[in-house]
Design a protein around this ligand. Structure first.
Ligand code: PGA
Length: 257
């Protein structure tokens, strides 16, 4: 059986290193042996080094490390930025790119996201490429077109061979942090739309093999439905991922489904 993927996107939490270590250790203890799940914890940059040490010392319980962002250049003069290679060298395997919060508040565009995806792939980080429509776009029936533009431009110029190393996270903007998760039928139909878009732009085989996750107000009650009924390959949790009990419940729901 193929492993499900759970991304724990801690966003800008917690506020100190002790809490970050406690959260990581509580989730590790509570989750137990991760058999049919890849759990990817994506803390803020400042905690990556310490948590990366847990992984190199093999005391991470199989948890994999990811970053919430990266820049597209390596070295050079870019005050405040973090390169994909720095992340890779700290033990990160994944990087979230194109998150709607960064698109909205930090002016990330499909073009800059494309540069970041390319740079991440060069550094052998697996991008978790976030796409999703707003409430207004869904109401106007623009979801397929919006997703197509994000995919076309975000993956522009990247070969199919490289795209195989990438995960798509469908994260409707209206469901993120709102407590209004996407219903299972909508998640299922949107998964099919995304596969169709990938088949049109790239190939049928890529559309069948690429992993698609769901994110947006995931909780222990709805988690299993996205995997079992909507056929997604996993989940991205935000709010629930920084609450150790909720996070553990989600992991159990998925591993038992
Ligand atoms: P949420 O966030 O689970 O708090 O809705 C998900 C995300 O932004 O990835």
């Amino acid at each position: 059986m193929e492993k499900s993927i759970i991304i724990a996107n801690w966003k800008m939490n917690p506020q100190n290193l002790t809490e970050a270590k406690n959260l990581f250790n509580s989730v590790k203890r509570g989750a137990g042996r991760l058999k049919n799940i890849d759990l990817i914890v994506c803390p803020p940059f400042v905690y990556l080094s310490v948590l990366g040490d847990f992984i190199s010392k093999k005391i991470s319980g199989g948890i994999i490390l990811g970053s919430q962002d990266c820049f597209w250049e390596q070295g050079s003069a870019f005050t405040g930025e973090v390169s994909p290679l720095m992340l890779r060298n700290l033990g990160c395997k994944y990087v979230i790119l194109g998150h709607s919060e960064r698109r909205k508040y930090l002016n990330e565009t499909d073009e800059t996201i494309n540069k970041k995806i390319r740079a991440a792939l060069v550094a052998k980080l697996q991008p978790i490429f976030c796409i999703g429509e707003t409430q207004a776009e869904r109401e106007k029936g623009e979801t397929p077109n919006k997703l197509k533009i994000q995919i076309e431009q975000g993956l522009n110029g990247i070969s199919q061979k490289e795209i195989k190393n990438l995960i798509i996270a469908y994260e409707p903007v209206w469901a993120i942090g709102t407590g209004r998760p996407c219903d299972i039928d909508t998640a299922l139909s949107t998964r099919l739309i995304i596969r169709k878009i990938i088949a049109q732009i790239f190939s049928r085989s890529l559309s069948e093999s690429i992993k698609i996750l769901y994110g947006g107000s995931v909780n222990p009650e709805n988690a299993a439905g996205y995997v079992k009924e909507a056929g997604l390959q996993g989940l991205v949790g935000g709010g629930a991922s920084v609450d150790a009990k909720e996070c553990i419940k989600i992991i159990k729901e998925i591993s038992e489904s």
